[in-house]
Design a protein around this ligand. Structure first.
Ligand SMILES: Nc1ncnc2c1ncn2[C@@H]1O[C@H](COP(=O)(O)OP(=O)(O)OP(=O)(O)O)[C@@H](O)[C@H]1O
Ligand SMILES: [Mg+2]
Length: 265
C-alpha cells in the first residue's frame, strides 16, 4: 500500500482497457476503457441496467471479463481472486449495502480488517471510522441487521475502509436513502478522499450528487462509455442536463431537443 500519495496526480491508479463482461449470452459491458488517477474521485454515471455494477464487479474480481485488461497500481489484476485484489489495496462497497446481519457492528468492522496484521493501525482506523459515523460507535454492540438502511450503508463504507484501501469502489451509495442521508454520506466520502487521500470510483444513478462531488466522470449507456470529461464540464453539457439532471428547456425547442436522438457532444 502506498504511503502518502500526492492529492491528485496524472498517474492512473486504475486502468481498464477494452473490457467486456457478460452473463451467459448477455453482454453487459462492451469495450470499456477508463482510468482513475491517484487521489481523485471518479464517477461512472448511467441509468438502470447500463452496466455500472458489472464494471465494479469486473474490477474487484467478482466476475471475470471475456476480453480486456484491468490494471491496478500498474499490475495486471484481470480475473484475479477477489481476496487477492482486496489485499492489493482495492475495496468494493457493493450495491445494496451488504453487511453481516447477525454480527455486531464492531465485528463487521473487524471483518473488514481481517487481512491486516498491523493491530495498532487497525485500532486507529476503527477510531477514525467511528469519528466519521458516530452513530456506529453508539450501535457498536448491536447486530448489524438491526441498523436502518442508511446506517447499514455507513457500515458498509466503514467496513471497506477498515481494509485501509488505496482505492475504494462505491456502488450507488445513495440508493434508497433520503436526500438528507445521501448528502451526509457524500460529505463523508469527500472527507475520506481529502483526509486520507483514498482514491474513489463511484457509480451512481444520482447524477446530481455525483457530478457535484466528483472530479472526473464517465457516462455509460448500454454497456459502452459514450462520454467522458471533468465533472465541472459534464455539468454544463446539454445532454447531461437533459438526460441525467432532469433540466430541460421549456417550450417547443425544449420539446424537440428532448425527443432528438442524443449526440453526446
Ligand atoms: N446476474 C445476471 N444475470 C444476467 N444478466 C445480468 C445479471 N446481472 C446483470 N445483468 C444484466 O447486465 C446488464 C448490466 O447490469 P448491471 O447490474 O451492471 O447494471 P447497473 O448499471 O448496475 O444497473 P442498476 O442501476 O440497476 O444497478 C443489464 O442488462 C442486466 O440485466
Ligand atoms: Mg447496479
Amino acid at each position: 500500500m502506498s504511503d502518502s500519495p500526492p492529492p491528485v496526480s496524472d498517474l492512473p491508479v486504475l486502468k481498464l482497457l477494452n473490457v467486456e463482461s457478460a452473463y451467459g449470452p448477455i453482454k453487459a459491458i462492451r469495450g470499456v476503457s477508463l482510468q482513475v488517477r491517484r487521489g481523485e474521485i471518479a464517477t461512472v454515471l448511467g441509468s438502470n441496467g447500463a452496466g455500472k455494477t458489472t464494471i465494479l464487479k469486473t474490477i474487484s474480481g467478482i466476475i471475470d471479463p471475456r476480453k480486456g485488461r484491468v490494471e491496478f497500481k500498474g499490475e495486471d489484476i484481470t480475473a484475479r481472486d477477489p481476496a487477492f485484489i482486496v489485499q492489493q489495496g482495492l475495496s468494493h462497497v457493493p450495491e445494496g449495502r451488504e453487511v453481516f446481519a447477525l454480527l455486531s457492528v464492531h465485528n463487521n468492522l473487524l471483518m473488514g480488517a481481517y487481512t491486516r496484521q498491523d493491530r495498532d493501525a487497525v485500532a486507529a482506523d476503527m477510531a477514525l471510522v467511528y469519528s466519521y459515523f458516530p452513530i456506529l460507535r453508539e450501535r457498536a454492540t448491536q447486530d448489524a441487521g438491526l441498523l436502518s438502511g442508511g446506517q447499514q450503508q455507513m457500515l458498509a463504507i466503514s467496513r471497506a475502509l477498515m481494509a485501509n484501501p488505496d482505492l475504494m469502489l462505491l456502488d450507488e451509495p445513495s440508493l434508497g436513502l433520503s436526500p438528507k442521508l445521501t448528502k451526509e454520506i457524500f460529505e463523508i466520502v469527500l472527507r475520506i478522499n481529502r483526509e486520507r487521500g483514498t482514491t474513489i470510483l463511484l457509480v451512481e444513478q444520482n447524477a446530481n450528487m455525483a457530478l457535484n462531488a466528483c472530479d472526473y466522470g464517465y457516462v455509460l449507456e448500454n454497456g459502452r462509455i459514450v462520454m467522458e470529461d471533468s465533472c465541472a464540464r459534464l455539468r454544463e453539457k446539454d445532454d447531461i442536463k437533459e438526460f441525467y439532471l432532469g433540466l430541460k428547456e421549456d417550450g417547443m425547442r425544449g420539446e424537440r431537443r428532448w425527443k432528438k436522438k442524443k449526440t453526446w457532444r
